[in-house]
Design a protein around this ligand. Sequence first.
Ligand code: CU
Length: 121
Amino acid sequence: MRTIFKAIITLIGLSLLPAAALAHAHLDHAQPAAGTRLTQAPHEVSLWFTEAIEPKFSSIVVQDAKGTAVQDGKAEGAADNTAELKVKLKSLKAGVYKVNWKVLSVDTHRTQGTFSFTVAP
Ligand SMILES: [Cu+2]
């Protein structure tokens, strides 16, 4: 009897795991999009996540090929979208840029990632 009970509890536990993993704020899409080549330098980077985030505890750092930060100020949330985080950029020259994001979602889980885009006027 106890063994069956344990087995049932284990099954319930396992069935909850994927749901918990899905609850994290993953990057849904970005502007500029990952891997894109732009003929005009963007003025900001916007990221859209799969769930609401806490902008105060989230960041975006954009680096040029030398590792110099080129974002202008701190990342901010969007007034009309709790799942969006954006940051303004300094004027970018031609080159490859790396976007490093770290976010805290409203469920208190932290996620992070990086992607690149290229400016080639
Ligand atoms: Cu989560």
